[in-house]
Design a protein around this ligand. Structure first.
Ligand SMILES: [Ca+2]
Ligand SMILES: [Ca+2]
Ligand SMILES: [Ca+2]
Ligand SMILES: [Ca+2]
Ligand SMILES: [Zn+2]
Length: 391
């Protein structure tokens, strides 16, 4: 049993590549000459204008792997910064300071690799080191990176981090890149939009999952273990309550197939049933900022055998575990990525026993499979994406 809720990194890649393929308009100059480019394509990290200076700090060179060592991106009168660099070894992080921005400012970053085979990945952070946007691939066939995002909250500093994809193939873990950054000021901040989450206990066929067409049987506690025989209805209620508790601060309404919504209602659906030897659950994608209100995930409830836990859980404990993993997959459908903290719902590498604890949407270090830098503040992002109850 793999405790990671994703089967493999390759499968996870499938979950993350399908985002934002066509939204970038031309930006930046894209014409700056690569300096220092030898036959190996080695490029000094920094502004493509190697005469650029800033009173805020250095404008080129390593070390630049931390927020405090960031290279200052120098913007021209058109609010464009043209950057270039090299991921010199796998895990080389190149961090650039983009400066202060206000809610409503739009950041567009087109990162390309015209002179290398680098599979690049980028992330955007605020002044508190909290990630606000992540992109690995432009599309399933274009492994360059794209950011187009409107700032939700004023921040004294935003940072761009560029590194190799954790999924980079052989020979694609290093190389040169160019990043063109464009700021458009004074747009409208997108409003938070409430989401309805439907837990489907009734079974069905899901067609758009990363797994391809998959038929999920109806939820049945007997299929988890004889120990829970005859308690299907009680377990369903406890699971729903656990998921609802995890989202209780946020505008996520948790309903089930036992009280289905009116036809035509937009819902994200979590299918609950069946078994997988390799995972507890899977989501259509990491749907950044919840662009799709009608995406799906699966929880393989029959994978929650008592064998996966150190001690056989009570019915309530089992419901808490399934509820935490359900909230995790729902988190992906709302735009959350993985973190590394057993207390976090979005953790990706805890043993199953951690699911029995009171996991929450918290601020925690980003998973090293995404970037060994900064944190993801799940509560802040959910507030910006779906809103807080009563606000
Ligand atoms: Ca570098
Ligand atoms: Ca670096
Ligand atoms: Ca990539
Ligand atoms: Ca979604
Ligand atoms: Zn996950």
């Amino acid at each position: 049993m793999i405790h990671d809720r994703m089967t493999t990194h390759n499968l996870y890649r499938l979950l993350t590549v399908s985002l934002l393929t066509a939204s970038l308009v031309g930006c930046g100059t894209g014409t700056g000459a690569i300096t220092g480019g030898g036959t190996n394509g080695t490029v000094t990290d920094g502004n493509r204008d190697n005469m650029a200076t800033s009173s805020l700090g250095k404008t080129s060179d390593e070390p630049n792997d931390t927020f405090t060592d960031a290279i200052v991106a120098v913007f021209d009168s058109s609010d464009v910064a043209a950057l270039q660099g090299t991921v010199a070894q796998k895990g080389d992080l190149d961090v650039y300071l983009l400066g202060p921005l206000s809610a409503g400012d739009q950041i567009t970053i087109n990162t390309t690799t015209p002179n290398s085979a680098l599979d690049v990945s980028v992330a955007l952070f605020d002044s508190a080191s909290r990630v606000v946007y992540i992109n690995d691939d432009v599309s399933g066939t274009n492994f360059d990176s794209i950011v187009k995002w409107i700032v939700r909250r004023d921040s004294d500093a935003f940072y761009l981090a560029v590194t190799n994809s954790a999924f980079a193939g052989s020979g694609q873990g290093t190389g040169s890149y160019q990043s063109d950054v464009l700021i458009d000021r004074g747009l409208t901040v997108p409003a938070a939009v409430p989401q309805i989450l439907l837990i489907n206990f009734a079974g069905g066929t899901i067609n758009d999952a990363p797994l391809g067409p998959t038929t999920i049987p109806a939820f049945d506690a007997d299929q988890i273990s004889d120990l829970y025989s005859g308690q299907t209805d009680m377990l369903k209620g406890l699971i729903r309550d656990s998921v609802a508790r995890n989202f209780e601060r946020f505008n996520v309404e948790v309903i089930t197939s036992d009280n289905p919504p009116a036809a035509g209602t937009e819902v994200a659906t979590i299918f609950m049933g069946g078994f997988s030897a390799t995972m507890f659950g899977i989501a259509d994608s990491v749907d950044l900022y919840n662009a799709d209100f009608c995406d799906d995930a699966i929880i393989f409830s029959e994978s929650f055998s008592p064998r996966i836990f150190t001690t056989q859980p009570s019915l309530a404990g089992l419901a808490e575990a399934i509820g935490n993993v359900t909230a995790h997959e729902a988190g992906h459908l709302l735009g959350l990525n993985h973190v590394d903290d057993d207390n976090a719902i979005m953790d990706d590498r805890s043993a199953a026993d951690a699911f029995l604890a009171d996991q929450e949407f918290i601020n925690a270090p980003l998973s090293r499979d995404i970037m060994s830098l900064g944190t993801q503040d799940a509560a802040m992002l959910l507030e910006d994406i779906v809103g807080l109850v009563g606000k």
